[in-house]
Design a protein around this ligand. Structure first.
Ligand SMILES: [Zn+2]
Length: 1124
């Protein structure tokens, strides 16, 4: 039977085709009948339908052709109805085919032909628009076709003439809704009065015609996306109307049957408030209060979430922009540069005339032109394909590494003294004792006994107060008093100065009264847990550290040390609605202004007295210690504080890093803290990362440690205006708020909060000094000072290898010829995790394990553990004192402004000159946006593959050795993820250590190693936040991997290497098949349940966010978020 029917369909199709072919079709009725038969067969027999639509069949074309012929002649309504039924079947696929065969155009033709007959048949119009409404959403060019064919106006006129005729009005509005999604149409429809027309249809609450209203609102919402139309609506006084309508529906729709209508009204408001005039009209109409109140009432009903979310979005947008509570966005600390660069952001900063208000500008005023650009593209999709890869280096000359020693050898010869191991003959010197040319542990290297750590308070000299003149009184271990009282003493003394000579000049009231005389805290000895930590030595080191603010205090966590907790710290699960509730609380500042305390409690811009004394109703803040960063604290409500971070010195932005102290807290109360001037557009704080807290009370009780803490954490765009001066010229930008809540469990505690585990420059010096003590006769360890920084701090350079077995020629020769490994870290001060990884590396290298011994025998390690000591000391996030990102200066470092980079590069150039370029170069970094640990390397091949540039096969000759180290790491280090690695050379990274060392020094294995600040989503630590134990382990595993690398290369042509190569080839195949998994990361986070307004700006860690070009580039290449 089926076959018979199939034959019938095909036969009829043939008949129809012949008829279409005839010049004059007389028998319209016959054609109609044939078509009707076809449709009937198709409807009753699903497989015939498939046959008509199947590939190679011309069935659809024939039917369409017949439609077209009928267009010329009088068209039959029943024919259309049949067609409508036909298209309604089959889950949209038929519509798709209909569209692809040009059906839309034919329908428009029919519409135009039909309208010429006066009066047009209402029934025909109804049918045609029903068909168009069905087809429209499937046709990407629907809007354009409608406009070009003239159908747009036909529909509009029909609507105008039939406002009361709901039966015809509905399909017409449905079609209009599709027309309006095209931006050019929206403008033209607006000119034709369609916005006003829609407002005539939109009515107060009524149970009648709700579907009509819904469609009209959708169309209106789409029209209002055009700024001209939004302006029209504002000028027509429709904003209060929409608000009143929304309130009306909100009140009357008690059973929430018409959520979509309410949503439709909000969408109209949302689009109108995209323009400044709209926001003003919204505020004038008391929109904030109306939406706030209605949303609060909607909150308990989960199904109304879309209304709450849209309302919250509108309220955030309309929230009047506030000024950051600062006199200037330039750093609160002044440091005069020896010379100012001729161009660039620092030059701009210095050339800014005095008296310019850089905190706000007129940016909000000329944010938009409020006019549509008429050349809106019809189709955004087309552009997307071209955008992605424009940051990839495509110049093959630049891609091919060419050793370029740069400076004449005569100049480089001075660096010989940093490579004594390459010439040492061990003939004269005491063989067993290696040298220490200029150790950092100059004075007190005395090993600590296991006596308790004593923290004196009040009258006794506080370890927190470091004598500026170098005199040092040891704390006197006298009276041991239980802690709570004493901590109060510490807090008070710290504020008041306690009568000692080293207090701040802020007044001294309270110290004697509360502190207790000679009160002494006993702190459990951590020497066993932290063998490489020594509080006294730490204080010694602090004295030799030069900070711009000339700090005289020591933070307790750095003094006591940190013992990694033994419990697991899982990534925090994000609670649904957190962000929304925080935004509501922010909105309440505007709705209930009388509830706002608005009291400044800490202010670094008053240098003499940043801590503002009060009646005990507020928390006390402090950040005046090494690596501290908190500029200002404002009490907003009784238990809520806005915190402002300080810009990097000689800069007016770069803040993310924070480290500050809090005291005067109440036990059991939940406090909310908001860091209100964050700059990045997204943060791992939205994806499970918590802040770090250190409690002095806990430390005294034997638990000296940083712990992940904080609930209700989220990160979102706020209402503080960001001046275009700080946003690279971009106007109308906002800052972001990082908010967290926490409670305190101890009375009279002193607590510290930090972005990540602090690791100060003084900590490094203490650590290096303790490492010195680990040296055995077999270890060759030398510590040099590479150079002084701008701030007067020494930049340590370590050399670690094994002593030669004997002073025989062979052994000395082996010693000198070991390949070099060159490591560095902490060029970015805010990436403290890099220092913890480096700590792990250093301790492994100095350990007595046989692996470590083999490693020392295999290589000479040259290590610069802190490339940016000044940045670290002064609490910068990214820059050095020069106000520049040092990891963007490698191409042409200035000896005066970037001494550590200049001299590090010179070391490498010297090595290249003497043919001893390192085997591996690796710069340790931290990554704020991704999870796990991973590497960036340099590969011509992979760059070429990514960029679509044409290259000859000779350009693609490349040794795959650069993949070996990360591959090994992914096998042995649990936190390491090969999938996150990238080996593409980007233009924006051309002046980073990795690219310059690869290109100019010719080191094939030149890497950046990035460690997450947040946690892992794979491997053994999946689901956990990263801690110092895991970071240190990573540093040790890096060493183990180098040893394995040595063995693999030593076994050249043996099975091991072949295995490795097949691994590599396996991965490579993936790359070739353009699978993005190998080194291109898409968004590595799941989408939120609630909408987050993250704007288009990218937040590439290392793309300078203030550089417009970088921004555009980054926004255009979001999938290649490779950071250095
Ligand atoms: Zn970095």
């Amino acid at each position: 039977i089926f076959k018979v029917k199939m034959c019938a369909v095909l036969m009829l199709l043939g008949q129809l085709e012949r008829m279409n072919g005839e010049a004059m079709v007389r028998d319209v009725e016959t054609a109609r009948q044939i078509t009707a038969k076809i449709f009937h067969l198709i409807q009753t027999q699903e497989k015939s339908g498939k046959e008509v639509m199947s590939k190679g069949s011309s069935g659809m074309e024939v039917i369409l052709a017949s439609l077209e012929v009928f267009t010329i002649l009088r068209f039959s309504l029943s024919h259309l109805m049949l067609f409508y039924c036909y298209l309604s079947l089959g889950r949209g696929r038929r519509v798709g085919v209909f569209v692809s065969k040009g059906g839309t155009g034919i329908l428009f033709q029919i519409l135009i032909t039909a309208i010429k007959e006066l009066p047009p048949s209402e029934e025909l119009m109804l049918q045609l628009h029903s068909l168009l409404a069905k087809v429209g959403p499937k046709d990407r060019k629907f809007g354009v076709k409608a406009r070009l064919s003239g159908a747009l106006n036909i529909t509009v006129n029909l609507i105008k003439q039939n406002l009361q005729n709901t039966k015809l009005l509905l399909p017409c509005l449905q079609v209009l809704r599709v027309y309006s999604t095209n931006s050019v149409n929206a403008i033209s429809l607006g000119k034709n009065g369609v916005v006003e027309l829609m407002f005539k249809i939109v009515t107060p609450y009524s149970k009648k015609n709700t579907s009509l209203l819904k469609v009209a609102l959708d169309a209106l919402g789409a029209l209002l996306k055009s700024k001209t139309n939004a302006r029209r609506a504002v000028d027509g006084g429709h904003v209060p109307v929409l608000l009143a309508l929304y309130q009306d529906w909100h009140r009357n729709d008690t059973r929430h049957r018409h959520m979509l209508i309410r949503k439709g009204l909000l969408v109209c408001l949302r689009n109108i408030t995209n323009i400044k005039l709209g926001r003003k009209a919204f505020l004038d109409a008391d929109g904030m209060r109306i939406l706030y109140n209605s949303s609060t009432e909607c909150l308990p009903v989960r199904t109304l979430d879309p209304l709450v979310n849209t309302s919250s979005l509108i309220m955030r947008k309309c929230f009047p922009k506030n000024r950051l509570p600062l006199p200037t966005i330039k750093s609160a600390f002044q440091y005069q540069l020896p010379h100012v660069p001729a161009v660039g952001p620092v030059a701009q900063l210095y050339s800014q005339p005095p008296g310019v208000d850089d905190v706000v500008d007129e940016s909000d005023d000329n944010e938009e032109t409020d006019a549509d650009t008429e050349n809106d593209t019809e189709n955004d999709e087309d552009e997307k394909d071209q955008r992605s890869n424009d940051d990839i280096e495509t110049d093959l000359n630049k891609l091919h590494p060419k050793k370029n020693p740069g400076r004449p050898f005569e100049e480089l010869r001075v660096y010989e003294r940093f490579f004594l191991e390459l010439s040492e003959d061990f003939q004269v010197s005491n063989f067993s004792a290696s040298t220490t040319s200029s150790s950092f542990s100059s004075s007190s290297t005395s090993t600590r006994s296991t006596r308790p750590i004593i923290v004196p308070t009040a009258q006794a000299l506080s370890p927190k107060l470091v004598p500026k003149s170098g005199q040092h009184t040891l704390p006197s271990p006298s009276v041991h008093i239980q802690s709570p009282l004493l901590l109060g003493g510490i807090a008070t003394r710290r504020v008041g100065g306690g009568g000692s000579n080293w207090g701040s000049d802020c007044g001294s009231e309270g110290a004697e009264d509360e502190g207790g005389e000679g009160a002494v805290l006993e702190v459990p000895d951590t020497a066993l847990l932290l063998p490489l930590h020594d509080p006294d030595l730490y204080v010694e080191m602090v004295k030799g550290t030069h900070s711009v603010p000339q700090y005289a205090e020591v933070a307790y966590p750095d003094y006591f040390g940190h013992v990694a907790p033994t419990f697991r710290e899982p990534l925090q699960e994000r609670v649904y609605g957190v962000q929304r509730s925080k935004i509501f609380q922010d909105t309440e500042r505007l709705i209930h202004p009388n509830d706002i305390v608005d009291k400044v409690v800490y202010d670094l811009d008053i240098p003499s007295c940043p801590v503002i004394e009060d009646d005990g109703e507020s928390l006390k803040f402090n950040s005046q210690f090494e690596s501290g960063n908190l500029r200002k604290a404002v009490q907003i409500r009784k238990y809520e504080y806005d915190l402002v971070l300080n810009s990097d010195i000689n800069s007016n932005h770069y803040h993310q890093w924070f480290y500050f102290e809090v005291s005067g807290m109440r036990v059991g109360t939940t406090y909310r803290f908001n860091i209100i001037n964050s700059e990045k557009s997204n943060s791992q704080f939205n994806y499970g990362m918590q802040v770090l807290m250190y409690s002095v009370q806990e430390a005294i009780s034997g638990r000296p440690r940083w712990v992940r803490t904080g609930t209700d954490i989220c990160y979102y765009k706020n209402h503080f205006a960001r001046s275009s001066i700080a946003a690279g010229g971009q106007k109308g930008k906002s800052y972001y708020t990082m908010t967290f809540s926490t409670s305190f469990s101890h009375k009279d505690d002193v607590c510290y909060f930090a972005y990540h585990y602090p690791y100060t420059y003084s900590t490094l010096k203490m650590h290096l000094s303790k490492l010195e003590a680990l040296r055995t006769p077999q270890i060759y360890l030398r510590q040099d000072v590479l150079c002084k920084t701008l701030g007067g701090n020494g930049c340590p350079l370590l050399t670690i290898t094994a002593m030669p077995e004997s002073n025989s020629n062979d052994h000395i020769c082996q010693f000198r010829n070991r390949p070099l490994i060159f490591l560095s870290a902490r060029v970015h001060p805010g990436e403290t995790n890099a220092s913890w990884v480096m700590k792990g590396t250093l301790e492994f290298l100095m350990s007595t394990s046989p692996l470590a011994a083999s490693l020392r025998e295999a290589y000479i390690f040259k290590i610069i553990p802190m490339l940016n000591p000044d940045g670290v000391v002064n609490g910068n996030h990214r820059c050095s004192l020069s106000g520049e990102d040092l990891n963007r200066q490698w191409q042409n470092p200035n000896p005066e402004l970037h001494p550590t980079i200049y001299h590090t590069k010179s070391l490498l150039q010297y090595l290249a000159h003497i043919q001893r370029a390192p085997l591996v170069f690796c710069d340790y970094h931290g990554h704020s946006r991704k999870k796990n640990v991973f590497m960036y390397g340099c590969s011509v091949k992979e760059t070429v593959w990514q960029s679509n540039i044409s290259a000859t096969s000779s350009d693609l000759q490349e040794d795959l050795g650069y993949r070996a180290l990360p591959k090994i790491l992914s096998q042995i280090a649990p936190a390491f993820s090969m999938a996150s690695c990238s080996f593409v050379v980007e233009r924006s990274k051309e002046s980073t250590a990795r690219v310059v060392v690869w290109r100019e020094i010719g080191v094939q294995c030149s890497y950046t190693m990035e460690s997450t600040l947040c946690g892992c989503d794979q491997g053994k630590y999946k689901g956990l936040q990263i801690g110092t134990r895991e970071l240190e382990e990573m540093g040790a595993q890096f060493c183990v991997a180098l040893l394995r690398l040595k063995r693999l290369t030593g076994l050249r042509n043996h099975q091991h290497l072949l295995d490795l190569e097949s691994d590599i080839i396996g991965t490579q195949a993936k790359v070739v098949s353009s699978s993005p998994t190998t080194y291109v990361m898409e968004e590595d986070e799941p989408p939120f349940l609630e909408p987050i307004d993250y704007s288009a700006e990218s937040n590439d860690e290392d793309a300078e966010p203030e550089n417009e070009h970088a921004l555009a580039r980054a926004a255009n290449s979001r999938h290649r978020r490779s950071l250095t």
